[in-house]
Write a protein that binds this ligand. Sequence first.
Ligand SMILES: C[S@@+](CC[C@H](N)C(=O)[O-])C[C@H]1O[C@@H](n2cnc3c(N)ncnc32)[C@H](O)[C@@H]1O
Length: 184
Amino acid sequence: MTAAGLWNAGKAVLLRDETDAARLRSLLCHLPMPHLAADLGCGAAHDALVYRAAWPDALIVGLDSDRLAALGWRQGLRGGERFYFVRGDAAWPPLAPHFDVILVRHPDLNRSPKSWIKALRAAAGLLAARGALLVSTYSLSEIERARRWLDAEAALTPLGFDPAALAPVGLSGRDRFALAYRRA
Ligand SMILES: C[S@@+](CC[C@H](N)C(=O)[O-])C[C@H]1O[C@@H](n2cnc3c(N)ncnc32)[C@H](O)[C@@H]1O
C-alpha cells in the first residue's frame, strides 16, 4: 500500500471510530452524570476516552471475565486516572451496590443467555437509588431478549429516549440497539 493509501486507511478508521463514539455519546447523554459508573463485560476499554470525556470526574470500574480484557484495560488506560479493572463474572459481580450508572454494551446474550440473564439482574441490584442501566446490542433479537428480562425487574422503570434523536449508527453497528432503565 502506498503512503497515501495508508494515510487514507488510517483516516477511514478514525472516521469510523468517531461515528461510533458519536453514537455512544448520544446515548450517554440520556443518563445521569455518575460519580461511580461500571461497565460490565467491558472488554479492552475500547471506549475509555468517550466515557472519560462524558464523565470527567467519575470513578469508572470495568469488569470482565477475560484475562486478556484486563491486559487491554491496563495497556489502554486512555481514560487516565480513576479507571479500575476487576476481573470477575458479571453474573456474580464482586462489587458493592452503589453505582449511579451501569453499562452493559454488546453482551453476547444469544451465546450465553443463562449467564447474561443473571448478570443483568445482578446489574439491577448494583444500582444506587435513581441509578441508570444502559444495555446496547448489535442485534434486535438480543435487545428484545434483554428487554423481556429487564421489564420483569420490579425495581426498574424504563428510561425512554427518542431513537431518532441519537447519532447515526456506524458501519460497525456498535450500540445499534439500546435500552435504558432507572432504579426507583
Ligand atoms: C462482545 S464483547 C463486548 C465488549 C465491550 N463491552 C464492547 O462493547 O466492546 C463481550 C464481553 O463480555 C465479556 N463477558 C462474557 N461473559 C461474561 C461474564 N459472565 N462476566 C464478565 N464478562 C463477560 C467477554 O469477555 C467480552 O469481553
